[in-house]
Write a protein of this length. Sequence first.
Length: 241
Amino acid sequence: MQSTVSEIARDVFRISTFHSGFGIQFNQFLVRDDEPLLFHTGMRKMFGATREAIASLIDPAALRWIAYSHFEPDESGALNELLALAPRAQAVSSVVGVSVMLDDYADRPARALADGEVLATGRHRLRFLATPHVPHCWDAGLLFDEGERVLFCSDLFFQPGDPEPLTRSDLVGPAGTAAQAGAQGPLANDMPWTPYTEATLRRLAALEPRTLAIMHGSSFEGDGKKAILGLTGVLRDVLGP
Ligand SMILES: [Fe+2]
Ligand SMILES: [Fe+2]
Protein backbone atom coordinates (compact mmCIF):
# COMPACT_ATOMS: atom_id res chain seq x y z
CA MET A 1 0.00 0.00 0.00
CA GLN A 2 1.42 3.37 -0.98
CA SER A 3 0.28 6.94 -0.48
CA THR A 4 0.52 9.87 -2.87
CA VAL A 5 1.07 13.41 -1.62
CA SER A 6 -0.27 16.59 -3.27
CA GLU A 7 -0.38 20.21 -2.14
CA ILE A 8 -4.01 21.40 -2.41
CA ALA A 9 -3.53 24.84 -0.82
CA ARG A 10 -0.48 26.67 0.51
CA ASP A 11 1.17 24.27 2.99
CA VAL A 12 -1.90 22.04 3.06
CA PHE A 13 -1.05 18.58 1.76
CA ARG A 14 -3.34 15.73 0.82
CA ILE A 15 -2.02 12.25 1.63
CA SER A 16 -4.06 9.75 -0.35
CA THR A 17 -4.04 5.98 -0.01
CA PHE A 18 -6.16 3.91 -2.38
CA HIS A 19 -7.57 0.77 -0.77
CA SER A 20 -8.30 -1.79 -3.47
CA GLY A 21 -10.47 -3.89 -1.13
CA PHE A 22 -12.91 -1.02 -0.50
CA GLY A 23 -12.30 0.54 -3.92
CA ILE A 24 -11.99 4.01 -2.39
CA GLN A 25 -9.33 6.47 -1.29
CA PHE A 26 -8.57 7.27 2.33
CA ASN A 27 -7.21 10.82 2.53
CA GLN A 28 -5.39 12.50 5.36
CA PHE A 29 -4.38 16.17 5.33
CA LEU A 30 -1.22 17.66 6.76
CA VAL A 31 -0.98 21.37 7.57
CA ARG A 32 2.73 22.16 7.44
CA ASP A 33 3.37 24.96 9.92
CA ASP A 34 5.32 25.78 13.11
CA GLU A 35 3.07 23.29 14.87
CA PRO A 36 2.22 20.72 12.17
CA LEU A 37 -1.31 19.33 12.27
CA LEU A 38 -2.67 16.14 10.74
CA PHE A 39 -6.40 15.85 9.98
CA HIS A 40 -7.39 12.15 9.98
CA THR A 41 -4.93 9.48 11.06
CA GLY A 42 -5.85 6.84 8.50
CA MET A 43 -6.53 3.27 9.55
CA ARG A 44 -4.18 1.47 11.90
CA LYS A 45 -3.53 -1.16 9.22
CA MET A 46 -2.37 1.47 6.70
CA PHE A 47 -0.16 3.28 9.18
CA GLY A 48 3.09 2.35 7.37
CA ALA A 49 1.98 4.17 4.22
CA THR A 50 0.70 7.18 6.19
CA ARG A 51 3.92 7.46 8.20
CA GLU A 52 6.05 7.37 5.05
CA ALA A 53 3.97 10.11 3.44
CA ILE A 54 4.19 12.33 6.54
CA ALA A 55 7.98 11.79 6.58
CA SER A 56 8.21 13.09 3.00
CA LEU A 57 6.84 16.44 4.28
CA ILE A 58 8.06 16.90 7.87
CA ASP A 59 9.99 15.09 10.56
CA PRO A 60 7.13 12.89 11.88
CA ALA A 61 8.41 13.38 15.45
CA ALA A 62 7.64 17.11 15.06
CA LEU A 63 3.92 16.52 14.56
CA ARG A 64 2.10 18.67 17.17
CA TRP A 65 -1.64 18.22 16.62
CA ILE A 66 -3.69 15.22 15.57
CA ALA A 67 -7.22 16.16 14.58
CA TYR A 68 -10.02 14.21 12.93
CA SER A 69 -13.70 14.49 12.26
CA HIS A 70 -15.14 11.54 14.19
CA PHE A 71 -14.11 8.40 16.01
CA GLU A 72 -13.92 5.69 13.33
CA PRO A 73 -10.95 3.59 12.19
CA ASP A 74 -10.27 5.54 8.98
CA GLU A 75 -10.51 8.92 10.71
CA SER A 76 -8.77 8.12 13.99
CA GLY A 77 -7.67 4.46 14.04
CA ALA A 78 -3.92 5.13 14.00
CA LEU A 79 -4.09 7.77 16.74
CA ASN A 80 -2.04 5.88 19.32
CA GLU A 81 0.57 4.88 16.71
CA LEU A 82 0.97 8.59 15.90
CA LEU A 83 1.18 9.56 19.59
CA ALA A 84 3.99 7.00 19.97
CA LEU A 85 5.78 8.36 16.90
CA ALA A 86 5.52 12.03 17.87
CA PRO A 87 6.24 12.67 21.58
CA ARG A 88 4.85 16.25 21.56
CA ALA A 89 1.73 15.42 19.60
CA GLN A 90 -1.67 15.88 21.20
CA ALA A 91 -5.03 14.74 19.92
CA VAL A 92 -7.77 17.34 19.55
CA SER A 93 -11.47 16.59 19.25
CA SER A 94 -14.85 17.93 20.25
CA VAL A 95 -15.88 18.03 23.92
CA VAL A 96 -17.93 14.88 23.26
CA GLY A 97 -15.01 13.26 21.41
CA VAL A 98 -12.64 13.81 24.31
CA SER A 99 -14.95 12.98 27.20
CA VAL A 100 -16.71 10.00 25.59
CA MET A 101 -13.94 8.49 23.43
CA LEU A 102 -10.43 9.82 23.92
CA ASP A 103 -10.30 10.05 27.71
CA ASP A 104 -10.47 6.27 27.62
CA TYR A 105 -8.98 5.39 24.24
CA ALA A 106 -6.01 7.74 23.72
CA ASP A 107 -2.63 6.87 25.25
CA ARG A 108 -2.11 10.53 26.28
CA PRO A 109 -4.57 13.22 27.40
CA ALA A 110 -6.38 14.91 24.51
CA ARG A 111 -7.47 18.53 24.19
CA ALA A 112 -11.15 19.34 23.79
CA LEU A 113 -12.03 22.15 21.37
CA ALA A 114 -15.17 24.16 21.99
CA ASP A 115 -17.43 24.98 19.07
CA GLY A 116 -15.93 27.99 17.28
CA GLU A 117 -12.58 27.79 19.06
CA VAL A 118 -9.49 28.61 16.98
CA LEU A 119 -6.36 26.47 17.02
CA ALA A 120 -3.41 28.53 15.78
CA THR A 121 -0.56 26.44 14.42
CA GLY A 122 1.66 29.37 13.36
CA ARG A 123 0.63 30.93 10.07
CA HIS A 124 -2.59 28.91 9.93
CA ARG A 125 -5.68 29.55 12.05
CA LEU A 126 -7.94 26.52 12.22
CA ARG A 127 -11.47 27.12 13.46
CA PHE A 128 -13.20 24.11 15.00
CA LEU A 129 -16.87 23.56 14.24
CA ALA A 130 -18.83 21.04 16.26
CA THR A 131 -21.08 19.23 13.76
CA PRO A 132 -22.83 16.40 15.67
CA HIS A 133 -23.96 13.64 13.25
CA VAL A 134 -22.58 15.52 10.20
CA PRO A 135 -21.34 13.54 8.34
CA HIS A 136 -22.05 11.02 11.13
CA CYS A 137 -21.28 10.21 14.78
CA TRP A 138 -22.12 12.16 17.95
CA ASP A 139 -18.58 13.51 18.39
CA ALA A 140 -18.25 14.87 14.82
CA GLY A 141 -16.50 18.15 14.14
CA LEU A 142 -14.69 19.82 11.24
CA LEU A 143 -11.84 22.30 10.88
CA PHE A 144 -11.76 25.42 8.71
CA ASP A 145 -8.44 27.04 7.77
CA GLU A 146 -9.43 30.70 7.85
CA GLY A 147 -6.47 32.09 5.91
CA GLU A 148 -6.36 29.51 3.13
CA ARG A 149 -10.17 29.06 3.24
CA VAL A 150 -9.87 25.27 3.30
CA LEU A 151 -12.73 23.32 4.87
CA PHE A 152 -11.67 19.87 6.02
CA CYS A 153 -15.01 18.23 5.39
CA SER A 154 -14.41 14.55 6.14
CA ASP A 155 -16.92 12.12 4.57
CA LEU A 156 -19.02 14.81 2.88
CA PHE A 157 -18.80 14.72 -0.96
CA PHE A 158 -17.92 11.01 -0.96
CA GLN A 159 -16.63 9.73 -4.32
CA PRO A 160 -15.69 6.10 -5.03
CA GLY A 161 -12.60 4.98 -6.98
CA ASP A 162 -9.18 6.58 -7.22
CA PRO A 163 -9.79 10.05 -8.72
CA GLU A 164 -7.36 12.96 -9.17
CA PRO A 165 -6.10 14.91 -6.12
CA LEU A 166 -7.88 18.19 -6.89
CA THR A 167 -10.76 18.99 -9.20
CA ARG A 168 -12.74 22.05 -10.25
CA SER A 169 -15.52 19.87 -11.69
CA ASP A 170 -18.98 19.60 -10.16
CA LEU A 171 -19.03 17.23 -7.19
CA VAL A 172 -22.70 17.70 -6.29
CA GLY A 173 -23.98 15.38 -9.06
CA PRO A 174 -21.60 12.53 -8.10
CA ALA A 175 -22.40 13.09 -4.39
CA GLY A 176 -26.10 12.64 -5.19
CA THR A 177 -25.41 9.44 -7.10
CA ALA A 178 -23.27 8.16 -4.22
CA ALA A 179 -25.94 9.14 -1.66
CA GLN A 180 -28.60 7.32 -3.65
CA ALA A 181 -26.38 4.24 -4.05
CA GLY A 182 -25.45 4.51 -0.39
CA ALA A 183 -29.11 4.32 0.63
CA GLN A 184 -29.09 0.63 -0.36
CA GLY A 185 -27.00 -2.42 0.38
CA PRO A 186 -25.25 -3.75 3.46
CA LEU A 187 -23.40 -0.47 4.17
CA ALA A 188 -26.53 1.70 3.81
CA ASN A 189 -27.52 4.63 6.03
CA ASP A 190 -24.06 6.02 6.76
CA MET A 191 -25.40 9.56 7.15
CA PRO A 192 -28.47 10.48 9.19
CA TRP A 193 -30.74 13.45 8.46
CA THR A 194 -31.47 15.00 11.84
CA PRO A 195 -33.46 18.12 12.85
CA TYR A 196 -30.15 20.07 12.79
CA THR A 197 -28.43 18.62 9.67
CA GLU A 198 -29.58 21.37 7.33
CA ALA A 199 -28.57 24.19 9.71
CA THR A 200 -25.15 22.57 10.18
CA LEU A 201 -24.57 22.32 6.42
CA ARG A 202 -25.72 25.90 5.88
CA ARG A 203 -23.31 27.06 8.56
CA LEU A 204 -20.47 25.32 6.67
CA ALA A 205 -21.56 26.94 3.39
CA ALA A 206 -21.54 30.39 5.04
CA LEU A 207 -17.80 30.00 5.66
CA GLU A 208 -17.38 30.38 1.87
CA PRO A 209 -14.54 27.87 1.54
CA ARG A 210 -12.30 28.03 -1.51
CA THR A 211 -11.06 24.46 -1.14
CA LEU A 212 -12.91 21.42 0.18
CA ALA A 213 -10.50 18.83 1.58
CA ILE A 214 -12.47 15.63 1.09
CA MET A 215 -11.71 12.33 2.78
CA HIS A 216 -12.86 9.90 0.10
CA GLY A 217 -12.28 11.28 -3.40
CA SER A 218 -10.88 14.39 -5.06
CA SER A 219 -10.55 17.61 -3.16
CA PHE A 220 -12.46 20.52 -4.71
CA GLU A 221 -11.31 24.00 -5.63
CA GLY A 222 -13.88 26.64 -6.48
CA ASP A 223 -17.09 28.02 -5.02
CA GLY A 224 -17.34 25.96 -1.85
CA LYS A 225 -20.49 27.75 -0.66
CA LYS A 226 -22.36 26.83 -3.83
CA ALA A 227 -21.09 23.25 -3.65
CA ILE A 228 -22.19 22.78 -0.03
CA LEU A 229 -25.61 24.32 -0.66
CA GLY A 230 -25.95 22.01 -3.67
CA LEU A 231 -24.99 19.03 -1.55
CA THR A 232 -27.52 20.10 1.10
CA GLY A 233 -30.32 20.00 -1.47
CA VAL A 234 -29.24 16.61 -2.79
CA LEU A 235 -28.96 15.08 0.68
CA ARG A 236 -32.32 16.57 1.75
CA ASP A 237 -33.90 14.93 -1.32
CA VAL A 238 -32.34 11.53 -0.64
CA LEU A 239 -32.36 11.45 3.18
CA GLY A 240 -34.70 14.17 4.35
CA PRO A 241 -38.26 13.91 5.66
FE1 LIG B 1 -16.82 8.25 8.69
FE1 LIG C 1 -14.28 8.33 6.29
